[in-house]
Write a protein that binds this ligand. Structure first.
Ligand code: ZN
Length: 256
């Protein structure tokens, strides 16, 4: 499940190999962009905006990808065996020495004026222009909305996915169905900011324990005992039927 931190890390990997380098080979495996050839262009910057990944290639043009459920950017020296099937690749980029492959992207497209196109996105928890006050004000605009849904709304604040939504609510002792009006929003926003910042350059954990099965308090732990109180973690649903982030994990005793 990609969240702001995993997209941030993907951008860092692509940036290390590609920023300032000339694209020697470019192949979109998406019908709409199959004829686009960016070879000869220099990669000006590689960055993340919330859960969106941008590779700026000059003339206000950017490669825009969104990882959605299964997407991943793999970066390696040319000649390395791919770790996913070739038919999952949506874009292949190469410099003289390195290759970046975008696998199973939810979005893989060329954008003109990416910043304009993504202007609807709220303050990015990992972005250079993060603004706590704007994020707090955005979240408080709809006081009747469940906090567990508001935290996922990228228009309000960008970077929180299902893992951080579940974990932040647990750490604040808040039932994800509680109304925004009944939640300490500045404290919740501050916690999300600290969680994302702490995880931008490590294997994700909210417990601080880097061991399988112990990285999170509630996420992915349905029916297992709560680390704090022993109550089986509840797994149910919150949100739209077609939402990929509707599965909710919480402790009914610790979160009220
Ligand atoms: Zn508990």
């Amino acid at each position: 499940m990609p969240e702001g931190d995993s997209v941030y890390q993907a951008a860092a990997r692509v940036r290390t190999a590609f920023e300032g380098k000339v694209i020697a080979h470019c192949q979109f495996r998406v019908p709409r962009f199959a004829t686009v050839d960016l070879s000869g262009r220099t990669v000006e910057s590689v960055r993340s905006v919330g859960k969106h990944h941008l590779i700026d290639v000059g003339d206000d043009l950017s490669i825009h990808t969104h990882l959605k459920m299964e997407g991943a950017w793999h970066v390696h020296p040319i000649g390395t065996k791919w770790r996913r099937p070739a038919f999952h690749a949506r874009l292949v980029l190469r410099t003289d020495t390195h290759e970046a492959v975008a696998f199973e992207m939810g979005i893989c497209e060329m954008l003109t004026d990416a910043d304009g196109a993504l202007a609807y996105i709220g303050p990015d928890l990992l972005g250079p222009t993060w603004d706590t006050d704007v994020a707090v004000a955005n979240l408080m605009r709809d006081p009747d909305r469940p906090i567990g849904l508001a935290l996922l709304d990228q228009h309000l604040m960008a970077g929180v996915g299902n893992v951080f939504r579940c974990e932040a609510c647990f750490l604040r002792g808040v039932d994800p169905r509680r109304k925004v009006a009944d939640v300490d929003i500045p404290a919740m926003v501050d916690l999300c900011h600290r969680l994302l910042q702490a995880n931008r350059s490590r294997i994700r954990t909210t417990t601080g324990v880097n061991v399988n099965g112990k990285r999170y308090y509630v996420y992915g732990r349905g029916r297992k005992p709560c680390f704090r109180c022993g109550t089986p973690i509840s797994r149910d649903f919150l949100g739209e039927d077609d939402s990929e982030e509707r599965v909710l994990y919480h402790c009914t005793r610790c979160q009220t």
